[in-house]
Structure formats: structure tokens, C-alpha cells
Write a protein that binds this ligand. Structure first.
Ligand SMILES: [Zn+2]
Length: 444
């Protein structure tokens, strides 16, 4: 108990929420609603000197699954929270509140808005402590991942429509009008002429910049259209990006782009000859595209947060193709190219570095590990976070690259490489806020 008693004028009203589904077995000691309630009550009593009191109303959901929020007592609890009648929600285990990470994240966001604390008594999960906040951050970053999965499923449906050659919407494209009834594209001859001009210019100059400049000189404008609400949009000057996007659009040869860039025969008419489009594509392929950069930030967890300390320069992702065709990932010091004699870092293998950072953040680096964090604030915080982070390193190796990136970035602000050592600055934890955050609960 770190916060002195008597500091607060008002008691903290704690609501106990219990749940049991009909399918849950009898193997658990705390399977009954009464037993869960007893445990929570006991815990709240142990916090009595910091002003915790139990509210009289009971929130017990007997025979309800935790996989959705369709539960009468939970709904009542949420209403009471909205009315400002609850300061802390206490449960026996996190899964009593929800078994869905997404629902859990939503509930946490809702509690947060009302400045309501959340305590799971058997799991040391208390959002009024910094460790609890960190755990919450980790959980929320996974919930975000789940949200993206759902978005992906929606994308899958769109992909299926595209495979059948359907126009699936998006901003209007120069050369076509969208038939609002049939949801199909119709060629606009006037605009189709401009499209052909863009391709001709590019094949003649082989320079996107030159094309954009020439289009501006001829006072040609980008696609002009009306939104569904009747607002006028588009009609801007030609830019490099706009020219590039147009040159890459397979709609012009009557195709629809599907998953992974696969092309499907569309329902609409073509504006260009296949040969013209292909010639432009070959020329564009020879250049570096924006697409590779996008993929990189997903693949390199330390992109943009890694620096070479002696050079005080950023370290950029790069890869090298081996003789066997395998790709090896590296981070390269940007300063190294200019003054190689001064930079001791140069090129560092990405896998080893990322794993070392993850290991160090989670505190599981063995004594043999070539890394060491000496920055005082980081190591002090590391100790505080330790229990929450244990086990994360085990999960690390099983995570896919984008998940690793998300997790590492949610925890780490900057990594500096110095003489083979890593100095890691962690993200600032969100500050504790609100009345419910005041008492720092330790388990009795
Ligand atoms: Zn360097």
C-alpha cells in the first residue's frame, strides 16, 4: 500500500462482476458465482484503508458465455458506470469479464473514458498500477491485430468479387465513369484520350517527372468527379504520384487487380492496347517502387527506431540476396557510407539484432548475451515491468513479422547501437490518471 490512507475524501466504489457459463466444468475452485464474489469481496476489504468499498448492487451473470457482451448483469454494470456510480470494477479473473480480446479492449476503452479502474484479483492485473497499464498496452496491441484480421476478412470478400472481374469501388479513375445502378465502369472518350496521352508521353520520355511537367504545361488536370454527397472533388494538377498510379492501373487494359497483384479479366472495356501498358510496366519495374518501402516497415521491427550511436545516424533496413536465392535482412548505418573509418557498426544482421532487443526488453537475456542496457531509467523501469513481460519472449519466436513489429514498437522508443552494445529507451507508459488510479494496490 503506497498511497497513504486519508488522502482521499471519498470512498472508491467497487463493483464486483461475476460470470459463469453453463459449459464450464467443476474442476475450478472458483467456479461458482458466490465463490468469485467472496474472493473479490475479500480483496476489496484488504484495500479498505485506501477507501475501497463494495457497492451493494450485484452483477452476476449465471449461465452466460464470455465470448460476447450479451449479458444482462454486464449491461447493467455498464449503465451504472455511465451514470458515474462505479469507480472500480473487480473480477476474479480477466476471462470472467470477457473471453474475447476485442470485447475486452472495447470494455477497457469504455472504462478508461469514465476513469473507472479494473482489477483482476487472481492475476495481479490492476490498471491503476504502471505494470497493469503496460499489460493493458500489450493486450490492446494484440486486440488491434485482431481488428485488422477482421478487416482482412472483409478484404477477402472484395478479392473474391474482383476475381470475377467486378469493379469493387474506390475513387473514380480517369477515363471511366461509374454506372451507379449496375456498379460497372463505362469509358468516357474525352478522358480516355488523356490516358493515352500520359502513356505516350511516358514511353517517349521514360521519366515520370517529365510526364507530370508536360501535363501541367498542357494545362491538363486530374480526374474531376462528384462524390455521392454531390461534392466536387479532384481536378488537381498532375503530380509524380498521380502519373505513376495511372501508369500502373490495369483497369486500362480491361483488367481488375486482385490479391497479390493477380489480374482478372474485368467487366469493363479497355482503353489501351496490352502492348502499350506492358511496355510502360517493364520500364517502371526497372525502378524502385513505393511498394517495397511499405513492405519493409512491416518486416523490419526496428526500422526508424534504430540508430548508430557513434555516428548518431539512423540505421536503415536493407537486404542482400545470397547465392541460394535466400534473402538476408540487415540494418545498415547511414553514416557508414560517408565516413566508413569512423563507423564501427556498418552492417548488422536484422534477425539477431531484433531478437536481442526483444530479449533485453523482456529481461530474458542470458549472461552470455552480447547486449547490455545501462541507461538508468530503462533498467529501473525494466524491473518494474518484469512480471508482466515474463513469457513474452517465448511468444516472440512464434509471432509473424508484422506482429513482432507492432509488439516491439509498442514497447520500445529507440535503440542505439554502441560498440556492440544496445541502449534501449522504452516507450513512456501512459500516465496514471483519474480518481480510480490513486490507490496502488498490492495483493493481500
Ligand atoms: Zn555508424
Amino acid at each position: 500500500m503506497t498511497s497513504p490512507a486519508g488522502e482521499r475524501s471519498r470512498p472508491l466504489r467497487c463493483a464486483i462482476y461475476t460470470r459463469k457459463s453453463t459449459t464450464e466444468g467443476l474442476d475450478s475452485d472458483f467456479n461458482t458465482l458466490d465463490a468469485q464474489r467472496d474472493g473479490c469481496q475479500h480483496y476489496i476489504q484488504s484495500q479498505a484503508q485506501t477507501g475501497w468499498t463494495v457497492v451493494d448492487r450485484r452483477y452476476d451473470d449465471g449461465g452466460f458465455t464470455g465470448s460476447n457482451l450479451d449479458r444482462p448483469a454486464l449491461q447493467r454494470l455498464l449503465e451504472d458506470i455511465d451514470r458515474g456510480e462505479v469507480d472500480v470494477v473487480v473480477v476474479y479473473k480477466v476471462d470472467r469479464l470477457s473471453r474475447s480480446l476485442l470485447d475486452f479492449a472495447r470494455l477497457m476503452e469504455r472504462f478508461e473514458r469514465r476513469e473507472v479502474g479494473f482489477v483482476s484479483i487472481s492475476q495481479h492485473f490492476d490498471t491503476s498500477t504502471s505494470m497493469g497499464r503496460l499489460m493493458l498496452n500489450v493486450l490492446l496491441s494484440f486486440a488491434q491485430f485482431e481488428r485488422e484480421l477482421i478487416a482482412e476478412r472483409t478484404r477477402d470478400k472484395i478479392q473474391a468479387a474482383r476475381r470475377r472481374g467486378k469493379w469493387t469501388g474506390g475513387p473514380p479513375v480517369l477515363g471511366y465513369a461509374v454506372d451507379p445502378l449496375k456498379h460497372r465502369l463505362r469509358v468516357i472518350d474525352e478522358e480516355a484520350k488523356v490516358v493515352r496521352v500520359v502513356f505516350e508521353l511516358y514511353l517517349r520520355t521514360r521519366s515520370i517527372d517529365a510526364v507530370a511537367e508536360e501535363l501541367r504545361r498542357r494545362r491538363l488536370k486530374q480526374k474531376r468527379y462528384k462524390t455521392r454527397k454531390g461534392l466536387r472533388r479532384g481536378g488537381g494538377e498532375w503530380t509524380r504520384n498521380a502519373v505513376y498510379t495511372l501508369l500502373r492501373n490495369p483497369l486500362y487494359v480491361g483488367k481488375v487487380r486482385g490479391q497479390g497483384g493477380a489480374l482478372h479479366q474485368g467487366e469493363h472495356g479497355a482503353i489501351l492496347e496490352e502492348a502499350t501498358f506492358a511496355a510502360a510496366a517493364v520500364s517502371l519495374d526497372a525502378r524502385t517502387t513505393g511498394r517495397t518501402r511499405q513492405r519493409r516497415s512491416d518486416e523490419y521491427a526496428l526500422a526508424r527506431i534504430l540508430r548508430c550511436a557513434p555516428c548518431d545516424a539512423p540505421m536503415a533496413p536493407c537486404s542482400v540476396k545470397g547465392r541460394n536465392g535466400r534473402r538476408y535482412r540487415y540494418y545498415r548505418c547511414r553514416g557508414h557510407q560517408q565516413h566508413a573509418e569512423r563507423c564501427p557498426t556498418g552492417l548488422v544482421a536484422a534477425d539477431a539484432l531484433e531478437t536481442a532487443v526483444a530479449a533485453q526488453v523482456t529481461g530474458s537475456a542470458g549472461p552470455e548475451a552480447p547486449t547490455d542496457s545501462n541507461t538508468a531509467p530503462a533498467s529501473r523501469r525494466k524491473t518494474a515491468m518484469q512480471p508482466a513481460l515474463n513469457g513474452l519472449i517465448g511468444a516472440w519466436t512464434t509471432l509473424a513479422a508484422p506482429e513482432r513489429c507492432r509488439l516491439l514498437r509498442s514497447l520500445v522508443r529507440e535503440v542505439r547501437v554502441e560498440k556492440g552494445r544496445l541502449r534501449i529507451a522504452l516507450q513512456d507508459l501512459p500516465a496514471n490518471k483519474g480518481r480510480a488510479a490513486e490507490p496502488t494496490a498490492t495483493r493481500a
